[in-house]
Design a protein around this ligand. Structure first.
Ligand code: SAM
Ligand code: SF4
Length: 368
């Protein structure tokens, strides 16, 4: 058993010997197999709106990026994506967007109610730092999960790269605790390789995942967007070069592996940002370092390139059906398979308690 206190985490984060890293990935993979199984859960991602009122220094959707044409999907377009998710055999839809005031509480709630009434899908929302009454309304409407990455646990760096909203409001860590108390499965996560981010703060991120008891943990590389202050180099948070974390593939695999070991039964995606920096093998290697979720894109192709968080995003021109086929092929090639049902936290242990010949029926009953 390695030491999962900060010094041990730091050692792993600075480790570069291939033989030692292979041991780490193998360990994480064993924990993953034992605690969440070999199934990979597919969450269909719908990028509902690229409008955003915020000015995050790293993100291409920031309000200050006037060169980006914006879109907002209609209700019917969203419902078409939801129907497609069911047809493709996904267990969850994720509605993600910039912080867009035009996505009102009631408008989103009505869509959530429709999905819960008409389908067996789980609903995940990722709509930014919204008001407590909206989060409560969506939960009452049936939303199951909420994703809100805290990006870095380094408070000073976070303040610099993520200016507060004009209305103030609680920080993301507080919001994650509120989401859990509302009964959501809560997902946090970080970018790796942010300018100014130290190895030490990455170790703190892992400890924060565990302290928050997160149900989902998203980890991806920071990818510079030239139309942002951080990506263009206009903003350069100070840090000693030896302390700066790289935004390399290897750092992501290490972080995924450590997150899996620290939080054994969390759902951990192999992210699109990882697939962007290694378009051939990134997703598979993430799954082999401890991840158990993938989020194939369901957004209509005409909008894909406009949801430009960072440049050259993976799968930008693929139709949802192409994405689905490509992913299933990738899973087969690493002896993994698509998970049945909604795949919430703890689903694996529930299913293990059911006799093998009754498991399919059990999953359907659970989805209601
Ligand atoms: N607006 C919502 C929010 O901020 O939570 C959801 C959409 S936001 C685009 C989703 C995530 O994209 C962020 O939490 C951040 O981690 C990631 N992201 C933004 N800019 C990025 C960049 N330049 N490189 C990598 N990931 C980025
Ligand atoms: Fe908006 Fe989210 Fe991008 Fe920040 S990270 S600018 S809140 S879309």
């Amino acid at each position: 058993m390695i030491e999962l206190a900060k010094p041990g985490l730091l050692e792993w984060l600075r480790e570069s010997r291939p033989s030692r890293l292979a041991e780490l990935y193998q360990w994480a993979n064993e924990v993953r197999r034992e605690r969440v199984g070999d199934a990979v859960h597919l969450r269909g991602l719908i990028e509902v709106s690229s409008h955003c009122v915020r000015q995050c220094m790293y993100c291409g959707l920031r309000r200050g990026n006037h060169d980006l044409p914006r879109y907002r999907m209609t209700r019917e377009e969203i419902l078409d994506c939801v129907r497609l998710a069911e047809k493709l055999g996904y267990g969850t839809v994720v509605m993600q967007a910039g912080e867009d005031d035009a996505l009102t509480g009631e408008w989103i709630a009505e869509i959530v109610r429709w999905i819960k009434r008409e389908t067996t899908l789980a609903v995940t929302l990722s709509l930014g730092e919204r008001q407590p009454d909206e989060l409560q309304l969506w939960r009452s409407a049936g939303a199951d999960r909420y994703l809100l990455r805290f990006e870095t646990s380094d408070e000073n760096l976070f303040r610099v790269i993520h200016p507060s909203s004009s209305s103030g409001g609680p920080d993301r860590l507080t919001l994650l605790r509120q989401l859990k108390s509302l009964g959501y499965e809560a997902g946090g996560g970080v970018m790796v390789g942010i300018p100014g981010q130290s190895f030490e703060s990455l170790a703190d991120d892992i400890l924060a995942f565990r302290a928050l008891n997160l149900d989902m943990i998203g980890i991806g590389p920071y990818i510079a967007h030239p139309a942002t202050p951080l990506g263009s180099g206009v903003l350069r948070p100070e840090i000693a070069p030896s302390e700066q974390t790289p935004s390399s593939e290897e750092m992501i695999y290490k972080m995924i592996a450590l997150a899996r070991i620290a939080c054994p039964d969390a759902n951990i995606p192999s992210t699109t940002a990882l697939a962007t920096i290694n378009k051939v093998d990134g997703r598979k290697l993430g799954l082999q370092a401890g991840a158990n979720v993938v989020m194939p894109n369901l957004t209509p192709v005409k909008y894909r390139s406009l949801y430009e968080i960072y440049p050259a995003k993976a799968c930008i021109g693929e139709t949802p059906t192409d994405c689905n086929q490509c992913l299933r092929g990738q899973l087969r090639s690493i002896n993994r398979f698509v998970g049945e049902g909604q795949g919430g936290r703890g689903a694996y242990h529930e299913i293990l308690s059911v006799p093998p010949d009754a498991r399919s029926e059990f999953v359907q009953l659970q989805a209601g």
